[in-house]
Design a protein around this ligand. Sequence first.
Ligand SMILES: [Fe+2]
Length: 235
Amino acid sequence: MKEHRIDAVIANGENAAAGFGITPDQVRQLQEAGVDVITSGNHIWQQRDIIPLLKSSDHLLRPANYPPRVPGKGTTVLQTPLGPLGVINLQGRKSLPDTDCPFRVGREAVEAMRKKTSMIIIDFHAEHTEEKEALALYFNGSVSAVLGTHTHVQTMDERILPGGTAYITDVGMTGPEESVIGSIPALSVERQLTQMPLKSEVADHSSVVNAVVVEIDAASGKALSITRINKHLHV
Ligand SMILES: [Fe+2]
């Protein structure tokens, strides 16, 4: 955080519990490590004891385009040294649960958020590149950044779109490097070979830290830069 002079940290934590959801204790650990807002996605429901915290916390989000009766909220506004920062969590519909339209729900959320701040970051938790690029272009100029998550594999397409919105198709993951999206390779290979529902287990190898640093002009909300981080920790 010091190296990049970070004012706010957003982390997607939906796989913190060995790949399946996040526990209240892990939320606390991430907050103590400096994470301001934890976003999530399709796995957020898998640790049932997280549900009370999803209902009560302002800084633990689930995708906004789940049905309204689903516990939790999909947007928040965080106070930072540069002013309020809005965070919106959305989920794609390709190869994922059949949620409401992220474009329409996202537009409503962005319009409500822009009454409070022009600094807005969307975590778009989605599988398909086309859906992710389309959503980024849809919000180009009206949010500071659209940052993709979910695939666990970092893409190298980070850029500032013409309207001043920073974009990357997928931020990647922080997790075991020699793995199949974080899981023990042999189990993943066996699942592909047999098509049986074998449970994934987190691999135990050297770690990779994937992230992006987005610099935002506080007055306009436009992104000035997006820098990809891909650090290999040999532990
Ligand atoms: Fe996911």
